[in-house]
Design a protein around this ligand. Structure first.
Ligand code: MRU
Length: 354
């Protein structure tokens, strides 16, 4: 049902990454061809490509772009170049763990091929980046199959930011539930939070849901309480940038407020995530690095000044929601309910892959 490629690789090892420039949506649909790692770094930093899983895919492709022209036959020298590329790409954005997950996966691959001809390693890196892309589409589809089970005929669902097809290889995480439920013929309605300050909900979520024929109503962030109080919403589903071992999670700024509201109104609150977003190395949400972005995103977003020059601004891009607000996590391996520490850990046991 989603008909565009958020990001893809064109050609062979001498090819390039192609991505939708999301900063231009919904007014313009323009593809950006990325031939070098600096352009990929900039694309991640400026949110041309964004959303945790898509950032991971972009970083994996960035690793290929950074190292494919390294002229050496020496394994150790090549590996050092790979490590430098990972360090560089990791500096683009701090919160979504998928970025680090993807660069580490590429580094592990290279380490496992110690002594192999460098040309063969380069080719395997491209194969791995493409595998990360293809796996993500399958993983998101599986999340959608589980998520759709939660949606009942006649319900209203609220989502925040864009955990959509535009944030992944395909389907999205939160939106995958909507796409699969649509296929199943369920009738439901989505409320999309606008998502200040960069408007991922208004610009991206409504764009992709509308294209797919999913009934969607745009609201500003400060309307969420009212639509809940009016009984229009029976479920909330969002994505995440990083889930810690106890179930605390980081997601787009404003998610915490939505979670608190959902609890107040007795509305179930779900978080749709692939395992690549779960970071068991952090015990709880207090250790998640939160990106702070430039003040202009708040004071003159999209070219129009809406605050006096020189005003002090605080602009964290993400917030952390404590696990007590989460009803369940929807993953590619199934729905995880409390106690989360145990349930999330079990996702990484050998059993989970069967
Ligand atoms: O700053 P962004 O647009 O990259 O933030 C995106 C989000 O917060 C998403 O909800 C999250 O990455 C999950 S995407 C499946």
């Amino acid at each position: 049902m989603t008909t565009f490629n958020t990001i893809e690789w064109v050609g062979g090892l001498d090819g390039y990454a192609r991505l939708i420039d999301q900063t231009l949506l919904p007014n313009e649909f323009r593809l950006l061809d990325v031939h070098d790692v600096e352009t990929m770094w900039e694309a991640i930093k400026t949110l041309r490509v964004r959303g945790a899983p898509a950032i991971g895919i972009a970083a994996a492709m960035g690793m290929v772009l950074a190292t494919r022209n390294v002229q050496t036959e020496d394994s150790a020298e090549f590996r050092a170049a790979v490590d430098r590329a990972a360090q560089y790409l990791n500096s683009a954005r701090p919160t979504a763990v998928n970025l680090f997950w993807a660069t580490q996966r590429m580094q592990r691959l290279v380490a496992s091929m110690e002594g192999a001809p460098v040309q063969a390693v380069k080719q395997r890196m491209l194969d791995e980046a493409i595998a990360i892309l293809e796996e993500d589409a399958a993983v998101c589809r599986a999340i959608g199959e589980y998520g759709a089970q939660l949606i009942e005929d006649g319900q209203g669902w609220l989502t925040h930011c864009n955990a959509g097809a535009l944030a992944t290889a395909r389907w999205g995480t939160a939106t995958a539930a909507f796409y699969v439920a649509m296929e199943q013929g369920k009738r439901f309605h989505v409320y999309a939070d606008e998502t200040r300050p960069l408007l991922q909900g208004a610009r991206l979520t409504t764009w992709e849901l509308q294209r797919a024929g999913v009934p969607v109503t745009l609201i500003t962030d400060n309307m969420a309480a009212t639509v809940m109080a009016q009984g229009r919403v029976q479920g909330v589903i969002v994505g995440a940038d990083r889930v810690t071992a106890n179930g605390d999670f980081a997601n787009k700024i404003g998610t915490l407020g939505v979670a608190i509201l959902a609890k107040e109104f007795g509305i179930p609150f779900y978080v749709a995530v692939p395992r690549s977003t779960i970071d068991l190395s952090l015990p709880d949400g207090s250790g998640i690095p939160i990106e702070e972005r430039k003040p202009e995103e708040v004071t003159e977003g999209f070219g129009k000044r809406t605050a006096p020059a020189g005003v002090d601004v605080y602009n964290p891009a993400f917030d952390v929601t404590p696990h007590r607000y989460v009803t369940a996590f929807v993953t590619e391996c199934g729905i995880v309910r409390p106690p989360f520490a145990e349930g999330l850990r079990r996702l990484f046991s050998a059993q989970a892959d069967k």
